[in-house]
Design a protein around this ligand. Structure first.
Ligand code: NAD
Length: 277
């Protein structure tokens, strides 16, 4: 049970908050008394979610566009006050072999998953540093510590988010601004539709990621892996000699989970949305 005292009244901004992990996190933090602002490129869905859940602020936000991002943060500060927590959550995960990935899609993944996180962190830092307080939480992935066939560019993007967040933690040490990365395993949202979790690794529910984020706000630390079992396996495998680690990955089925084993029909609608079709 998270101690609500530390969260009550905090102004929390969540990118990509219209659905999935972002929406679950917004809902959990609202229940603990935070003031919530969600922004999303999908204007219709963010408005539906914002109205249904009664969040303080919701609207269109494109994390790849500086004017859009800065304008959204301005509106939050005008309406709700200084931002205490920014959760850089917006992200996409198209699947398939790299050779089949159109170049514009490669750029789109990096633009949203990496540039969007860098831009958001920079814009929030400029607001938080003069006040000497704030918390930037970047939603990475266990894919940021592993390598999964079918997700090469996504893997690269999440490795980048982890390296970036760790660097900021040192660069702004002692300023009062905190930095954390969240590393979810495969989670039951639209992003994972048509994908079956590899053996031993059950898919998480978005509420489990939300709960981990709430705990991070109460007691900041550099990284949290969800689920604990998936996090342990991924860290353990990372310590093994490469050939052994890769062999275990293949034995668990992670080599096929995002390629041959994908249910293309179930995944079609997500792939179209992620690709901006
Ligand atoms: P989702 O597709 O359910 O939600 C992501 C949201 O981001 C969508 O509402 C989408 O419209 C929004 N978005 C996309 N591009 C945007 C942009 N340019 N600006 C603003 N919003 C934008 O996905 P999710 O599963 O909730 O994923 C959230 C985060 O968690 C992502 O960063 C993802 O990589 C990460 N993650 C997900 C899983 C998983 O299995 N679901 C696992 C590990 C990490």
């Amino acid at each position: 049970m998270t101690d609500a005292k530390q969260i009550r009244g905090k102004v929390v901004v969540i990118t990509g908050g219209a659905r999935g992990i972002g929406l679950a996190t917004a809902t959990a933090l609202q229940a603990l008394g935070a003031q919530i602002a969600i922004g999303d490129i999908d204007e219709t869905t963010v408005k539906e979610s914002g109205t249904t859940r009664g969040f303080e602020l919701y609207g269109k936000l494109d994390v790849t566009d500086q004017d859009s991002f800065d304008g959204f943060l301005d509106e939050v500060e005008r309406t709700l006050g200084p931002i205490d927590v920014l959760i850089n959550n917006a992200g996409i995960m198209p699947t398939g072999k790299l050779v089949d990935e159109p170049d514009p899609l490669t750029r789109r993944i990096l633009d949203i998953n990496v540039y969007g996180v860098i831009l958001g962190s920079k814009l929030a830092l400029r607001r938080m540093l003069p006040r000497g307080s704030g918390h930037i939480i970047n939603i990475a992935s266990l894919a940021g510590e592993t390598h999964i066939p079918g997700l090469a560019t996504y893997n690269a993007s999440k490795h980048a988010v982890l390296g970036f967040t760790d660097t900021l933690r040192e660069e702004y040490r002692g300023t009062g601004v905190r930095f954390s990365s969240v590393l979810p395993t495969l989670t039951n949202t639209e992003l994972g539709s048509g994908v079956t979790a590899p053996k031993l690794l059950r898919a998480a529910e978005p509420e489990e990621i939300a709960d981990a984020v709430a705990k991070l706000i109460v007691a900041p630390k550099s990284k949290v892996r969800v689920t604990a079992v998936a996090g342990f396996i991924s860290q353990f495998v990372g310590l093994l000699p490469e050939a052994v680690g890769d062999g275990i990955g293949r034995a668990l089925g992670s080599g096929r989970a995002f390629l041959d084993d994908v249910d293309a029909d179930k995944r079609k609608a997500y792939e179209e949305r992620a690709r901006g079709a």
